[in-house]
Ligand binder design. Sequence first.
Ligand SMILES: Cc1ncc(COP(=O)(O)O)c(C=O)c1O
Length: 386
Amino acid sequence: MSTKCSVMKFNTKTIHGNQEYDKAYGAVMPPIYQTTTYAQTTPGGHKGYEYSRSGNPTRTALENSFASIENGTHGLAFGSGLAAIDAVMKLLKPGDEVISTNDLYGGTYRLFTKIFEGFGIKFHFVGMENASKIESYVNKNTKLIWVETPTNPMMNIIDIKATAAVSKKHNILLAVDNTFATPYLQQPLNLGADIVMHSATKYLGGHSDVVMGALIVKDKELADRLYFIQNASGAVCGPQDSFLVLRGIKTLHIRMQRHCENGKAVAEYLKQHPKIENVYWPGFSDHPNHDIAKAQMKDFGGMVSFTTKGNNYKEAIKIVENLKIFTLAESLGGVESLAGHPASMTHASIPKEEREKIGVVDSLIRLSVGIEDEEDLIADLKQAIG
Ligand SMILES: Cc1ncc(COP(=O)(O)O)c(C=O)c1O
């Protein structure tokens, strides 16, 4: 069976998109080709694989699935989400400029400012809630717009279609970090983006057991440039991890459905809690970009952030320490609920005054709402917040 993805709907694609049964024995899941190299009959006489940095059949199966679920033509898998972003940045050269979301994952900010600024690339960190603001930062050196939506951890929503209009007008690449939304909720390539990036560590893998990154594009020339970087720089993932993420993707749609249901229940519970100041979740009608979220996303996801009245650092720490079902841990997007304190964890690499400007205040708590029973999650928050 060769399953061409264009004719399938999303849920079917997660399971079958661009997949083939194993040619040797008909195995339904691709074998884990735990091999470095491949026998050749004569120099160059091989079956499509020479060395596993350049390509591995298990990784190919996963990369084909990535392309399918994001409606792209080419997928590339990396050793981590940051390795995938690193590959995109290597499309640039000194003197080039990037316009980036100002409220973004701290590790991405660190990669941009601590590594690529040193190589002569200039970054403009811009609040993109209003896409018209982006254009004023465009000049002849601008080569890339980097968008994260929903943003981590403030859950801002950026209008991908409106941003794509700006990028197309000025012939700039548009890359979207789709980690929080996943293709279940939004498909940036359909909205005009050129590159979709994932920390596949999160919802795509879905079980908190692997670290991986992904890029998906719909243009062969861009894919070739990225394949060259993937092989030349070598930040690839192994076959076992490829297998795990491929398995994770097969249940992405049902997991996401439950993440969204539980996310809504948790957000609504927190919103009415007398000790809670702000709840950041794009499903609320008073969220500043709720209308854009409604238009570009199928639902509102399982990520919810909140602050407590009085904005007390110690009180926030106490809440995350008190949680019993939510595990205090870095990361997100797994089946289990996690809680994090961005100011001291994921966003500690952003200077305090910078992070506070974008809302990452001392009492901010970020929840990755899992797929447990909703009642248990709410009871846990109730006992932890008091
Ligand atoms: C939105 C977002 N992008 C990128 C990354 C980096 O991915 P990784 O940790 O797989 O390198 C993360 C990690 O938390 C993330 O949340």
